[in-house]
Design a protein around this ligand. Structure first.
Ligand SMILES: Nc1nc2c(ncn2[C@@H]2O[C@H](COP(=O)(O)OP(=O)(O)O)[C@@H](O)[C@H]2O)c(=O)[nH]1
Ligand SMILES: [Mg+2]
Length: 198
């Protein structure tokens, strides 16, 4: 099953690092700050054994409010708005990123706010403040470190499960998922293959 996610937020908050950590399972020190957006593909298995394939759109160079156009958001199932817990400005800008996402994805409910760099000592935004803001904005809140990996998988797991539940409520998705699961099962029966059928 395919999950399309877009990652937004101020520059240097760790968007690319989070996505790379999720894909590679380890920190990537070689991340270059580029001005090009990037599409990263990664997979996990959900608790209900559904194979989740993520297409993650890592934005870069569009980090000025209002510069991400509708096409970037098209067909996305979820949005991660990242801030840096050592940088208050990036936290204050979460609201702006949220406004932009809501303009381009009206009705979207799978929007998380993610406070990154919790491994650092010079924290400016406490967990309580982050949670409080998220509650106010009616969003889920996570805190991560793309250095030591804390909560990175949890963010994507939770997001996939929320999206999955939402898709299952729509009959056209339900049918296609059941079909994929059936195919997967019969592939497994035939060849004991472990390859992903999503
Ligand atoms: N200590 C620490 N450094 C991080 C973390 N995430 C990213 N960085 C560093 O912060 C810088 C900006 O990260 P990057 O992923 O390029 O941010 P982006 O511009 O939002 O994509 C890089 O030097 C990263 O190595 C983190 O969780 N902890
Ligand atoms: Mg980046």
């Amino acid at each position: 099953m395919l999950f399309r996610v877009i990652v937004v937020g101020d520059p240097y908050v760790g968007k690319s690092s989070i996505v790379r950590y999720f894909k590679e399972g380890k920190p990537n020190d070689a991340i270059q700050s580029t001005t090009q957006p990037d599409l990263i593909v990664a997979g996990i298995e959900l608790k209900n054994k559904v194979k989740a394939k993520f297409e993650i759109f890592d934005t870069a160079g569009q980090e000025i409010y209002g510069s991400l156009t509708r096409s970037y958001y098209r067909d996305k199932d979820g949005v991660l708005i990242v801030y840096n817990v050592t940088d208050r400005k990036s936290f204050d800008n979460v609201q702006r990123w949220l406004e932009e996402a809501k303009i381009h994805l009206p009705g979207m409910t799978n929007i998380y706010i993610v406070g990154n760099m919790i491994d650092k000592n010079e924290r400016r935004i406490s967990t309580a403040e982050g949670k409080h803001r998220a509650e106010y904005l009616d969003l889920k809140h996570f805190e991560t470190s793309a250095k030591d990996g804390r909560n990175i998988v949890d963010v994507f797991m939770s997001l996939a499960e929320d999206i999955y539940v939402q898709k299952m409520e729509r009959p056209e998705y339900h049918q296609s998922i059941v079909k994929i699961e059936d195919d997967f099962q019969s592939n497994k029966d035939q060849s004991n293959s472990t390859s992903c059928s999503c």
